[in-house]
Design a binder for this molecule. Sequence first.
Ligand SMILES: Nc1ncnc2c1ncn2[C@@H]1O[C@H](COP(=O)(O)OP(=O)(O)OP(=O)(O)O)[C@@H](O)[C@H]1O
Length: 498
Amino acid sequence: MASNSASQILAITKTAPYSKPRDSRFLQSRKPYLNLCCLSQKFSNDNALFCLPNSKSFLLAKELEERNSNNHSPTLREICQDHVPGNVLRRQVSAPPPSPSTICTSLLLEEVGYLVPTDVQREALPVLFSGNDCILHAQTGSGKTLTYLLLIYSQINPKKSAVQALIVVPTRELGMQITKVARMLAAARHMDPELEQNSYTVMALLDGGMLRRHKSWFKAEPPAIVVATIGSLSQLLEKQIFKLDSLRVLVVDEVDFLFKSSKQVSSLRKLLTSYSSCNNRQTVFASASILQHRRFIHDCIQQKWTKGDVVHVHVNRIMPMPACLYHRFVICGRKAKHQVLLSLLQSDLPESGIIFVGEQSEKSKKSGQASSTTVLIDFLRASYEGPLDILLLEEDMNFNSRAASLTDVRKGDGYLLVSTDIVARGIDLPETTHIYNFDLPKTAIDYLHRAGRTGRKPFSDERYYVTNIILAEERFVLQRFENELMFHCEELTMEAQG
Ligand SMILES: Nc1ncnc2c1ncn2[C@@H]1O[C@H](COP(=O)(O)OP(=O)(O)OP(=O)(O)O)[C@@H](O)[C@H]1O
């Protein structure tokens, strides 16, 4: 045990391996430690006791000590618990002190290894905790999910049996991922015996799910948090299976994508204005790409999607893509593309990679042609001799096969995922070291989101690679993306380019 009387930091170590965030079962098994953390919190907010799983806790405690003594920027927990020196914003609006649930959640974050806030968390959390609506506009992989989930856990009342927070997402895959993180955070209630008696349930109301089962769930005990795709959500709202009267927080993730989608935009507008009112809720819009954001903010206020004092938190405004990404391109003939990809895989030796392929046109589908993804998968299965699993994920697969692919990807053995843009938005696979654009994306924004599937370890100083395999006549398209997104793409020359 190590202690330091000045900063009042204690570390108790255990031999169990330290790791990244885990699921709620792991956290439940760590309940005694979490309770202890909570107890220390109850005795005094200034004296924190950290019970961490192994010798890394000494390092963590040491880092905290140094932060305390050197007046470093605040930790994530300090921001959540309003221990930030000079946090003028919150004092100005005299927001209520942090709830027990916020305290537990922030302790849990530290317990699972989230110590330092990312830029967007440092900038946005005080704004959100002070009650403002917010547009979270920050690079891919910058930690926007945790930012809005922390707001949600600070706002919901576990004693209330009603839907209090709603997160709208564009795809089932992203919804499942966010549900998992939300459920992980819900485990924080085990840190406070009072909270523990009341559950924070998180429902995934996603396309391809069993709506009948969801209906019974709503009737029996409405969940506190719902993560939903707009199609399934609208069906249940129209049938009045549940209402949004008690909604405290509404989050629309990948907001620009949803507003751009002709299928989803009218339901989204209805949700923002007819099914709930911006005056009764806190509204958060998140994305790494909000084109014409001034216009968007104007619309938000004008259309009453948000309150008039909505805050635009825009992080890294002059650099839309993470600096850790290294962009390259190879020019080759159409027929040589497969072979070039294979050579790249052999020379790059990615730990894990995603290969983006364009979607098959309706015309090509009707004429019975095999899709580019199928042709590429068959080629890789026949010729790739490396250690990575070759997996496929595309819209045309059924929901079960899509889920199975993502489960396999997350097993952690290393993967080469061949996919269309379905995984380009929001999907968090931090092990991905390489992105290959086998086909160029249609727009610069699509490029930004595809590229952003790598470089997703906020404090890592590793380099990640985005490689474009292009035809000579596509060079000007890539150049346009470079100008628009302000990045430089280096040419790779290879043998066998055909
Ligand atoms: N404070 C933190 N410390 C360490 N890791 C963090 C922190 N906050 C978030 N992360 C991790 O960073 C990764 C990216 O976070 P997240 O998925 O929220 O990114 P995002 O901003 O939503 O990206 P996108 O725009 O692509 O959806 C996740 O693996 C998450 O666990």
